[in-house]
Design a protein around this ligand. Structure first.
Ligand code: NI
Ligand code: MN
Length: 226
């Protein structure tokens, strides 16, 4: 599994040669000006919830790549109304096996409306199992006790967690989340993009390290493998 950071909560995950893009928000993100949307390839797109900082480039990228969009029922209905035909609707608690592996839609404690005000259903995180690795992409979420279920029943190799505070978990709660998930490898997301979520990188890495968790803050464009 190869993971590339496109800024904010947007990641590319490559399994074998299949490419999955999470929560596309690139063109409006000044920090991601080095990323050219037209160069991004995707076979699938996974959307955690409807907020603009997760969907701004969704329709454009879906049209450009002809990727299959995976999200909850309400977001998929909205995506279809924008002319996108390749879609796969899921909802909280459901799993489905695609050609690259299995995706499970899990609970996230947040809200969800589309940029035009359309109801976006419930927000979700996703557990991706592919190539004998398990990745947890939390989406926008608070710390919740539901994360203990993931720790109990899944073997997560890497968690992508929001750490920017204000709209989602902050660093202290994300450390507790890593403990609930029983996963010591974390990639941070949802930080620095807007003034209320700016963080001190060294302080964050140190705080995680003190609790035995390795926090990676990827530079935009950086790729890591698990
Ligand atoms: Ni949000
Ligand atoms: Mn957000």
């Amino acid at each position: 599994m190869k993971i590339t950071y496109y800024g904010h909560s947007c990641f590319g995950v490559e399994v074998a040669s299949i490419k999955i893009v999470f929560d596309p928000f690139i063109q409006p993100n000044k920090l991601a000006s080095s990323i050219n949307l037209t160069e991004i390839e995707a076979d699938y797109m996974v959307v955690s919830h409807g907020h603009e900082d997760h969907t701004a480039d969704l329709i454009e990228l879906a049209k450009q790549t002809n990727a299959t969009v995976i999200s909850n029922y309400e977001i998929i209905e909205w995506v279809k109304s924008k002319g996108i035909k390749k879609v796969h609707a899921m909802n909280t608690g459901g799993s489905f096996t695609f050609d690259f592996g299995t995706i499970k839609s899990v609970f996230a404690a947040h809200s969800s409306s589309l940029p035009d005000g359309t109801y976006g259903g419930n927000p979700n995180g996703y557990i991706i199992k592919a190539n004998k690795k398990t990745l947890y992409y939390a989406g926008d979420t608070a710390l919740t006790t539901e994360m203990k279920l993931i720790g109990e029943f899944e073997n997560v190799d890497l968690s992508i967690l929001p750490i920017g505070d204000n709209f989602t978990m902050g660093i202290n709660d994300a450390i507790i989340a890593a403990n609930f998930i029983d996963c010591n490898e974390v990639i941070g997301m949802h930080f620095d993009t807007f003034p209320p979520i700016k963080i001190d990188h060294n302080k964050a890495i140190k705080a995680f390290k003190n609790k035995g968790v390795n926090l990676q803050l990827l530079s935009i464009g950086q790729t890591v493998a698990i």
